[in-house]
Design a protein around this ligand. Structure first.
Ligand SMILES: *Cc1c(COP(=O)(O)O)cnc(C)c1O
Length: 226
């Protein structure tokens, strides 16, 4: 094995040993080269997360077809056709106009697109400062999820959240768990909770995460700003 293979295997083994039963690990491969994804593949990983269509598409084209691609980045309408054509899951759905477009494209491709509803977990004062953070607000959740359930080409599978930076993630994870309970009342199959990144995945699992999205804890640091 190469040094890089040994490094990735060791980090992956550590995380796998910590996974609670039923929790799905998504390895966030954004900004990492195809060679790293090939190593992950040889170690049995089949769930990869990407944030940008222009990185997702070439990787999906190059790598084996039994990989499940999880799109978790900001959605741009003009990239949706490419995203829907390769993504098994979209974790970052937070706009109705995108949902309608996804539904249309999925039906055209003869599939249903599985999507998580992304919720903004920032406390109120932070939301006011950084209004461009992704995700819908908890207050909007009910109306938003009900509109999504009417779309024939979209399969809502659960909720997704990113805990606020440099703050205790617990209040956010608690909100997400409560919204998940709300969602289950109207969509009994939508029980997934995608939360938890390298810095907080153990806590996320305590709060019921079914999908954790880990990049740096498995692949090491990404280049700054990406
Ligand atoms: C980059 C990213 C991750 C992974 O982050 P790490 O801290 O490297 O584990 C998870 N989720 C989203 C939405 C991301 O953008």
């Amino acid at each position: 094995m190469s040094a890089r293979q040994i490094e990735i295997k060791s980090a992956l083994d550590d995380v796998r040993a910590e996974l609670k039963p039923g929790v799905e690990l998504v390895v966030v491969t954004k900004n990492f080269p195809i060679s790293d994804l090939e190593i992950l593949y040889s170690l049995g990983e089949r769930q990869y997360g990407e944030n940008r269509e222009n990185e997702l598409s070439p990787k999906a084209e190059t790598l084996p077809k039994d990989i499940n691609w999880h799109f978790q980045g900001t959605i741009q309408s003009n990239k949706l056709r490419a995203i829907v054509s390769v993504a098994s899951y979209i974790h970052s759905l937070d706009e109705l106009r995108h949902a309608s477009k996804i539904s249309e494209l999925a039906l055209e491709m003869g599939k249903k697109q599985s999507c998580f509803i992304q919720v903004n977990l920032d406390p109120e004062e932070l939301v006011k400062q950084e209004s461009n953070r992704s995700g819908i607000r908890a207050e909007e959740f009910k109306a938003f999820s009900e509109s999504l359930l009417k779309l024939a080409g979209v399969e809502i599978v659960g909720v997704m959240g990113v805990a606020p930076l440099n703050e205790d993630p617990r209040p956010g994870f608690e909100t997400l768990r409560n919204l998940s309970q709300e969602l289950l009342k109207v969509a009994p199959n939508a029980g997934f909770i995608s939360s938890g990144m390298s810095g907080d995945y153990r806590i996320a699992m305590e709060y019921g995460a079914t999908h954790i999205r880990l990049g740096s804890s498995i692949l090491g640091p990404r280049r700054v700003g990406e």
